[in-house]
Design a binder for this molecule. Sequence first.
Ligand code: SF4
Ligand code: SF4
Length: 223
Amino acid sequence: MSTDDEAGDRADEAAGVDEGYEAPRVDENYDAGEIDDGRDATTDAGEASAAETDDPPRRVEVYPGKEVVVEFDPELTFECVEDCTWCCHHGVLLYDRDLIELAARANLSETTTDFRAEKFVVREEKGRDEHVADDGMACAFLGDDGLCELHLADERDWKPTRCSVFPLAVEREDGELHVDVRDSAREHCEGLGVSERRVIEELEAFLPELLWELENPDSDRIL
Ligand code: SF4
Ligand code: SF4
């Protein structure tokens, strides 16, 4: 049941942005022009972290009055790669609000498990060769077609919070919400740096509003 990697998103859905989406406001510290250091942002943006530079923190207002400190290179782009389901081969951390939502859609006793006092979606043996990890297992909700059964069954397109966040990761530092690229995504996610879609302009698609309300939003906890 355990895995060294973490759960994530069926990211073609994570990458989806509502048609009515309005780009979040970036504070005055952000200047796209000042980021150009000569690197090819479409190829190595996922490798860089703004925290590793001397640039001042970039705070983006994702929802009214709710800012996030952006640690990744603001030139980072993302687009989920078709047929890749790597981030759905793992167990998914569930925040309390996720549990309430999931209970309305699935049998929690069959689809969730406890690990280190946290709730996770279980991994299960799939009996197939595609859309599974090396051990033949994947998230309980990853269907044979490589799509998330929760998305398909839900007109609101609901998914666990951390599935929305991937390939990003959030944590709280000094009372502020910080967001960076997830370490495992840097290693495994093929969707980083392959498109023109700048993540910093679509943070609302990755960061559900409830993250600002959580005492411990750290999304790096793994099954
Ligand atoms: S709940 Fe859905 S999106 Fe999240 S890991 Fe499982 S299959 Fe993927
Ligand atoms: S690992 Fe990246 S490219 Fe692969 S399914 Fe997840 S988000 Fe998409």
